[in-house]
Design a protein around this ligand. Structure first.
Ligand SMILES: NC(=O)c1ccc[n+]([C@@H]2O[C@H](COP(=O)([O-])OP(=O)(O)OC[C@H]3O[C@@H](n4cnc5c(N)ncnc54)[C@H](O)[C@@H]3O)[C@@H](O)[C@H]2O)c1
Length: 334
């Protein structure tokens, strides 16, 4: 069997670090990862850094010279007979950055495309493009089992909110991915993740760490007015990474198309606060509502039949256990 090398951009981010961990622990031959610490730190891979089959570089996806170094290194490994896989996790992601059109374009679109070109150039077998369920924008749910990959999109535009620039950029990357596969240049696919969370988020900007940090520090939580109605499902990064690996294992699934990856476990944001509060011993936590986010869908329900039918993926971390892990009270954790 050929030896494998996985090249992961944004490797210290939520998806990247857990993906590297799963690969390294499963005895993967080599993981090459890089990150510029835009939204993460070396701490998330502290347990991997000494591993022989994990190589880390503090590199920027948008730095041509640094990317050329990665390309040359990987090309050499390919010439030595290793099978190469690329996973693009680097992105300008967090809520507050969604509105920064130039940043999201440079990293999420141009950076993604250059990284894809490099994967093709070095002869990679496959490229995984991390897209987002934000592309469903104003039509993020239905009552027929959730939105499907083939559904037409109803997008908020610049008339409504600059926030959609993140989704629109990611949507464009799905076209690059499809085009490359259709031209026979590489195998690959795009994944639309929904609301990924992890035990170790560096900044309390996403909703789960925000709730935990607020309850810990102030015993109360401030939420947007939207949260009076909003419901979401949450995907633990263990499961987002298992989806990447499941897809990489099925060559026929890497047909350039798109896969929804999410859980079916929907919860209102208010109930999420109550659930986290009860796990922390705070019954009926105080919730203050302030601020409003335009063009924010009330629900986001993704149909995941496609990935479940084409691979053996299904989520294994339910919300209650995932929250226990975030709170450091998980009993099942190895
Ligand atoms: N977190 C979510 O809820 C979610 C939902 C849908 C899709 N996604 C997508 O999944 C992928 C992984 O996201 P994540 O949840 O791990 O987010 P994350 O912010 O935790 O990780 C992204 C990583 O990319 C790094 N990065 C940013 N710009 C970079 C650059 N120029 N060069 C090198 N590294 C850079 C950041 O420092 C960070 O470590 C992204 O493509 C994201 O758009 C995430």
């Amino acid at each position: 069997m050929k030896r494998k090398v996985h090249v992961i951009s944004g490797v210290t981010g939520m998806t990247g670090n857990e993906l590297a961990r799963q690969l390294v622990r499963d005895g993967s031959n080599l993981v090459i990862g890089f990150d510029n610490f835009f939204a993460s730190s070396i701490d998330s891979v502290a347990d991997l850094i000494e591993e022989e089959n994990f190589k880390f570089f503090e590199y920027d996806l948008n730095d041509e010279e640094q990317m050329n170094q990665i390309g040359s290194m990987v090309k050499k490994l390919g010439e030595e007979g290793m099978e190469i896989f690329y996973v693009n996790c680097a992105a300008v992601v967090h809520t507050e950055h969604f509105y920064k059109v130039e940043n999201t374009f440079a990293t999420n679109v141009v950076g993604m495309k250059r990284f894809l070109d490099q994967a093709i150039e070095v002869g990679a077998r496959a490229y995984i493009n991390c897209s987002t369920s934000e592309v469903y924008s104003m039509q993020s749910w239905n009552d027929n089992g959730g939105v499907r990959e083939s559904d037409y999109l109803v997008l908020a535009t610049a008339e409504h909110s600059q926030r959609t620039s993140y989704a629109v950029g990611k949507l464009l990357t799905e076209f690059f991915m499809k085009d490359a596969v259709d031209k026979g240049l590489i195998r690959g696919c795009s994944i639309r993740f929904a609301n990924v969370y992890s035990n170790h988020e560096l900044y309390p900007k996403h909703i789960i760490p925000h709730i935990i940090a607020s309850l810990k520090n102030r015993g109360q939580v401030e939420l947007l007015e939207n949260s009076k109605r909003n419901k979401r499902s949450f995907l633990h990064n263990i499961d987002s990474c298992r989806a990447v690996l499941a897809l990489l294992n099925v060559s026929e699934a890497l047909d350039g198309s798109v896969y929804n990856v999410a859980t079916d476990e929907e919860i209102s944001i208010v109930d999420l606060v109550k659930l986290i509060g009860s796990k922390m011993g705070i019954e009926e936590p105080a919730i203050l509502f302030a601020g409003y986010r335009a063009s924010d869908p009330e629900r986001r329900i993704l149909n995941t039949d496609k990935i479940r039918q084409r691979t053996c993926w299904e989520p294994v971390v339910n919300l209650s256990r995932g929250l226990d892990m975030c709170l450091g009270i998980d009993k099942e954790k190895k």
